[in-house]
Design a protein around this ligand. Sequence first.
Ligand code: BES
Ligand code: MN
Ligand code: MN
Length: 456
Amino acid sequence: MSMIKDYIQSNQDRFLEELFTLLRFPSISADPKYKEDIIKTAEFVAQKLKDAGADNVEVCPTAGNPIVYGEKIIAPNLPTVLVYGHYDVQPADPIELWDTPPFEPTIRDGKIYARGAADDKGQFYMHVKAFEYMMSQNELSCNIKFMIEGEEEVGSANLGTFVKENKERLTNDVIVISDTSMISMEQPSLETGLRGLSYVEVEVTGPNRDLHSGVYGGAVANPATILAKLIASLHDENNHITIPGFYDDVIELTESERDALNKAPFDIEVYKKDLQVTDVWGEKGYTTIERTGIRPTLEVNGIWGGYIGEGAKTVLPSKAYAKISMRLVPNQDSNRITELFKNHFEKIAPSSVKVEVKPHHGGEPVVTPTDSIAYKAAEKALEEAFKKKPIPTRGGGSIPIVALFEKELQSKTVLLGFGLDSDNLHSPNEKYGIENYLKGIETIPSFFKHFAELSK
Ligand code: BES
Ligand code: MN
Ligand code: MN
């Protein structure tokens, strides 16, 4: 057996136990109530980096949640890998839909169930353990820097400043991120793009107070009805987005690029069955793979207003609200799209209501190269571990800070993700396969080896 497999086998229980400890911290960044847990999580990550052999480990304070930094610089002439990940997680609710408590990791059918299991604790921790292995064998072949943040799930508001203020410390030859999915354990893949994001909240105001719906209904505009109509009008009969100018900057792929993407194994019947939907939906003229990978989309993330308690209350609400996000593709610009949305939404609103559009965080799309040394090293490492050559895919999710890394640090990213789309990210019963976790730990040292060799 190879050294790494042997090491993983003899340390497997400890690797799982440590991840479980990490998963027990409810490091929810969206809710300030968890601030202390956030700090404890950052301190735990820092301790584990130290234990594995990192130098200059620091829990760096920011205006928000701290960033954990650590490094091992072995020689100035060797290439440097910057590992980015996030220790914060999404809220667990609706908590009643979890089969086991979100912060008590539980193994079922070879999967670890816990909030953050795949996104991103289970994934970034693979790097800490792979680093431990390389240090223990004296086989670290590149300089390594870790930057693990605590605000990814809320838009990384303070990471940009940290990066700009620490450019020197963060210099690298490649950024490696394990925070995406691959196709399956049988077909490894590398995501080569992340979509951008524009996120807005809209507020529709009708009368100055809630009204009796019998006394006033039919005579005064109902903000909930108007909001529903406005939202419905944002897609046309072909499910194209109707905001003028929305598609102006979209880079269309060539036929051969589209063909290549659609060659990825994908079974629409399995997809529908998994989600228990009778049909898929989306922009006419594009496949499901294209709709989630290379096309921009607009989704309502939440919509509310009026009476939503037990029983019935006859009321005409004064206000209605929605949270709406748009996923962007190269070469769309999130500020411009937010502006287009705002202008359009205000324009289509009838004079009987007032609308307000409030922008939230955003981020730019990125495409990562497939002809770089780092990509080739990742391909080789995955092929060794999975006995099959990985294929490039375009992911639907966003890691908004990646575009900023590339701009500020002038280096490219490799998205070396080991999750699966079915891991229930952001949903109840989030999970991560033990096999995925251990395969990740096995693959990473081989990436370092190949990256060092190809960099010579
Ligand atoms: N890890 C995800 C992004 C992701 C998931 C990329 C699956 C590719 C495949 C990340 O933690 C995330 O959830 N990002 C958010 C954006 C953020 C601003 C809240 C997203 O994509 O919604
Ligand atoms: Mn993530
Ligand atoms: Mn996430």
